[in-house]
Ligand binder design. Structure first.
Ligand SMILES: Cc1cc2nc3c(=O)[nH]c(=O)nc-3n(C[C@H](O)[C@H](O)[C@H](O)COP(=O)(O)OP(=O)(O)OC[C@H]3O[C@@H](n4cnc5c(N)ncnc54)[C@H](O)[C@@H]3O)c2cc1C
Length: 429
């Protein structure tokens, strides 16, 4: 088995697979290590902002994404109690991709991963990275295949950490002990068939102790995802007396929010409720760049109320790879690599830190009914504020290139062509 690479990428979510595709396309020898088997469902609202769609084209999955994803999202509606305040979403400039769309993570992540393999990355899956030693120029990753107790040591001058933020270890907890508290956030998601939601609508839910969203994705399936505080979750579990935390959350959302009640009336849940937590939104990226390149949630996690986490994952990976591809000497020159890490950290803070702070502010208001109630008359009078908020959260801007500068899509591979034909003929799973 090959054990030496130019780059080792830990985690194959949107951030890791984007990095693997970009570096492999540039001719680098890349190992992409993912601990879970794909396709897998994942807690996520599953909306991808239009600003990323040119990047999906350039990564080579744009055509498949468009063939699979749900309807274009043109309006946002804030749902709180019996209220529903509607506003236009801002279109992304450019002719091709004006509106965001939703696609289940079992599809999106698998498309990106498959593309990384086609581009030449070596995939180790299901493998887990247990430890990373060394520094820029000479890293050693200790990894294990699922079910094996044997450690394999992989070497590379560059490591990209794309392992998300929901599991301890590597860059996530940095050895800190975190006390459990009532304000901890738990995230939930489920899919429903036969839901009643107007096409093109993106509801944002604000309720006591949490926030969430609904969207129609592939095959008309509705995704309902939310974050709820530990204290509120315990309260609604004790009131609803269900063994399933997901069922308790669903009843709570339906009782708190008329829009959820209406959307789920007569709908049938598909698969289990998924949950994860406590999640800890916030900035993890050190100003000096840290020990290795951090991309996606590993660098920072926005409160999901703005539905921008995947966008930031793809864009941050793209940003890091642009710097690296422009300076391939960084693979041999540790000082140059450390400088690129600092440059990347600087660019990352400039592009993403404000969006994260804004998301935290929105989440803070949405979870507190008194604050939300104060805001409602303003939004009723000026719904355009919600359109502006969508702009500020990043729906119509991205870090990598303008629509005009977006690189051309690489030619279709035979595998992509076959998959596209399957989807067009309605044979996709
Ligand atoms: C309730 C909720 C709703 C959301 N809604 C949206 C939305 O609508 N739109 C949006 O854009 N974002 C949304 N997000 C955010 C989005 O899900 C994340 O920001 C995104 O998944 C981050 O991508 P990533 O690639 O950084 O990490 P992840 O997607 O978490 O991927 C990390 C991968 O690394 C793997 N891994 C971890 N540790 C190791 C290891 N040691 N070795 C090998 N592999 C490892 C994991 O198995 C995983 O596959 C939402 C989040 C939540 C909680």
């Amino acid at each position: 088995m090959r054990t030496t690479y130019d780059a080792i990428i830990i985690g194959a979510g949107p951030a890791g697979s984007t990095a693997a595709i970009r570096l492999a396309q540039a001719g680098w020898a890349v190992a992409l290590i993912e601990k879970q088997r794909f396709p897998r469902r994942k807690v996520c609202g599953e909306c991808l902002a239009a600003s990323n769609l040119p990047l999906l084209d350039a990564l080579g999955i744009g055509r498949l994404f468009h063939a699979l994803a749900g309807p274009e999202l043109k309006r946002v509606v804030l749902m709180h109690g019996r209220e529903a305040i509607c506003a236009d979403l801002p279109p992304y400039p450019g002719r091709r991709h004006a509106w965001g769309r939703a696609l289940g993570r079992e599809h999106l992540d698998a498309l990106l991963l498959q593309r990384a393999v086609e581009a030449g990355a070596t995939l180790l899956q299901p493998w887990t990275v247990r430890a990373v030693k060394g520094q820029a120029g000479a890293y050693q990753c200790t990894a294990q295949a699922f079910g094996s107790r044997m450690n394999v040591h992989l070497n590379a001058p560059l490591v990209i950490a794309a392992h998300g933020s929901w599991e301890p270890g590597l860059a996530n907890d940095r050895g800190r002990k975190i006390q459990a508290g009532g304000r901890d956030l738990f995230a939930f998601k489920a899919n429903f068939a036969g839901a009643q939601l107007e096409e093109g609508l993106l509801p944002v839910l604000a309720f006591k102790g949490g926030y969430g969203g609904m969207v129609i994705g592939e095959h008309g399936l509705l995704t309902l995802a939310c974050c709820i505080r530990r204290d509120r979750l315990s309260a609604c579990r004790s009131q609803i007396k269900s063994d399933s935390a997901g069922d308790a959350v669903q009843s709570y959302l339906a009782s708190e929010c008329k829009g959820v009640r209406q959307a789920l009336d007569g709908a049938a849940r598909q698969g289990k409720w998924l949950s994860v937590g406590p999640i800890r939104p916030g900035i993890r990226m050190p100003r000096d760049g840290g020990r290795f390149f951090l991309v996606g949630n590993a660098a920072g996690e926005a409160h999901p109320i703005i539905g921008e986490g995947m966008s930031m994952a793809i864009q941050s990976a793209w940003l890091a790879c642009e710097l690296l591809i422009a300076e391939p000497a960084a693979l041999r020159d540790a000082r140059l690599q450390r400088k690129l890490m600092r440059d990347y950290a600087h660019a990352w803070h400039a592009h993403f830190a404000r969006r994260m702070q804004l998301a935290a502010a929105f989440a803070h208001v949405a979870m507190r009914p008194n604050m939300a109630r104060m805001l409602l008359p303003v939004l009723r009078t000026w719904p355009g504020v919600m359109t502006k908020a969508a702009c500020w959260s990043g729906k119509v801007s991205q870090t990598c290139c303008t629509p005009q500068q977006a690189p051309a899509a690489p030619p279709s591979t035979p595998v992509e062509e076959r998959r596209f034909n399957e989807i067009s003929n309605g044979e996709n799973a």
